[in-house]
Ligand binder design. Sequence first.
Ligand SMILES: [Zn+2]
Length: 455
Amino acid sequence: MGDSIETKIGLEVHVQINTKSKLFCGCTTEEGEPNNNTCETCMGMPGAKPVTNKKAIDSVIKICKALNCEISTPSFFSRKTYFYPDLAKNYQITQYETPLGKEGFLQVENTKIRIKRVHIEEDPAALEHAGGGTLIDYNRSGIPLAEIVTEPDIRSPEQARNFLKKLINILSYLNVIVPDTTIKADANISNSKNNFIRAEIKNVTGFKEIEKALLYETKRQQEEEVTKQETRRWDGTKTIVMRSKETEDDYGYIYDSDIPKMTFTQEYINKISSSIPKLSDERIRELTKIGVSQEDAKVITQDLFVSDAFEKIAQKSNPATAAKWFRKELLKRLNADEKQIKEVNIEALTEIIKMIHEKTITEHTGRELMTKIYDKNFSPIESIKKTGATMIKDTTTLKKMCEDAIEKNPKAAVDYKKGEEKALNAIVGAVMKETKGTAKPDEVKRIIEEMLTTL
Ligand SMILES: [Zn+2]
């Protein structure tokens, strides 16, 4: 019966928008000493007037358009009233009736996940429970967040993870979130066996954890009977009931008349739309058309800057070779060296890839040249001229080197003739050392085999 149970999952994703100042005041969003980055507005003092951060609005409109949403105009802010020490005003400025974006979708492989709404809101303060008391840091209070809410169109925990990965990829392409941001989400989940009575799992951090929490909850709901809506939390191994779920209507949302309504002209919306770069789906399609494998294209397009650099290099060299070299060498190297693609000398990298493709140098030499890839003055072509590390194409020279190596390793030669295939490695290794890696091992092996069998 397990297989016939249908699961429905909806997500509410929260991400921080990467502005310099907060959503309604000039306080910095950078980290600092607790409660230093505050003013009367973000502390909710009487008479303080919020002023909307235009850059934050632009960024969220950009998200809305990338997620195929309709833009609400006019759009306004509402106060979500509740008492908790993380809110100095006793209300959070958010959006309820008129989210900036609504009725969009995100295509995840073959499934269209509908986006119900995208809105902007302020982050409350951070609470830290320490030494029997609670510390409050209002530095976070007023930092702009975007909330992205899906319809319950997701069918499995795995699909939820794929959705989140895709979403983060898009947000990073739009350059609207803090790099390497950790995603936070609430997830609602229900199944057909329990008449789709939902549980909401609050505030799970990171997409691996979200998937784990959903896997746990899927199983729990299949085994247990669910009779009422409830809110649960994830402790890392299981979900625990917190309270019966309140609905959004239980909060008192009231229109915030301190903040002017926003209206968006078609011209403004078009301008934002045209600032959206080509996203990864389109790039993958284009790359596979010019001979890059699907697998390489997916890896390369995970990062906008890597993808941009690749497009530049692929125009001047062979795309398939460039892609292979990016995935197998460049990305691993960046990771190991803790460097960014922007620190790479792209011209030098192009030269290396070209020489490898044209077989002017071996991959071994290519890897050695790669160690100098962060030097902006480095010229691989000049370097090769100096060291003479071009690939040995002259067979006569190579044959002479092979002959010498056989002479210097008589025991290995005899062993090989006796049938010990491994003995050949010693001779091949000696030749490779002599050529400083500028010969192809396969070719060296072939020449030596030929010599030993005809000797
Ligand atoms: Zn402030």
